[in-house]
Design a protein around this ligand. Structure first.
Ligand code: CDP
Length: 197
């Protein structure tokens, strides 16, 4: 069975948590595509070369979740040739046998416009910043500034800007618990799977 769940949305909206839960519940493979851009940014040097030669070791680095790595990721993610170098890997992953969940910024719009389920997960910037702050610690005001700056760059860029696909289902998790957001996503995927079989 080929079945793709595309989860897009701004920084720290809960895409990863929802993606992992959907993958686990239905036995799908899961790809956090942000890791690809974080790994390219963390390599330093020529980002296009880095994107063309990413290795499993690059993706397993332990410094990919820092605020700096997030900023570096969003800068290299604006470069068309970087995105192009990462496209085939993501598309192959999305259409693999057995089902796949991908979370990122452009999965429903560019990587997999025919995904069976498209979710756009969002929340107010303050809520997202607080969630990220719980993960990385430090200064909350700085985390909020980082989230806002990255969102602005991701939405304004010419290449694959962050925006919901026309047929994406919007999930605003500002006032939802993680459990409720996960439950809503699971129900949506379940309903679509029942139609597919
Ligand atoms: O975890 P968080 O939502 O904060 O970020 P991420 O998903 O790890 O993505 C880091 C950065 O990579 C984003 O700010 C985007 O600039 C870029 N990205 C992208 O352009 N396209 C994707 N499909 C995934 C990430």
């Amino acid at each position: 069975m080929i079945f793709t769940v595309a989860i897009d949305g701004p920084a720290a909206a809960g895409k990863g948590t929802i993606g992992r839960a959907v993958a686990e519940r239905f036995g799908f493979a899961h790809l956090d595509t942000g890791v690809l851009y974080r790994a390219v940014g963390a390599r330093g040097g020529d980002p296009v070369l880095a994107a063309r030669s990413l290795t499993p070791e690059d993706l397993a680095r332990h410094d990919l979740r820092t605020l700096e790595a997030g900023q570096a990721a969003s800068r290299v993610a604006a470069i068309g040739a970087v995105r192009e170098a990462l496209t085939a890997f993501q598309r192959d992953f999305a259409r693999r046998e057995g089902g796949a969940v991908l979370d990122g910024r452009d999965i429903g719009t560019v990587i997999c416009p025919k995904a069976e389920v498209k979710l756009f997960v969002t929340a107010a910037p303050e809520v997202r910043a607080e969630r990220r702050w719980r993960e990385v610690g430090g200064d909350l005001a700085q985390v909020l500034a980082e989230v806002r700056e990255r969102d602005a760059r991701d939405m304004a860029r010419a290449e694959a800007p962050l925006r919901p696909a026309e047929d994406a289902i919007l999930l605003d998790t500002s006032e939802m618990s993680v459990e409720a957001a996960v439950a809503a996503a699971l129900a949506l995927v379940e309903a679509r799977l029942n139609r597919a079989t």
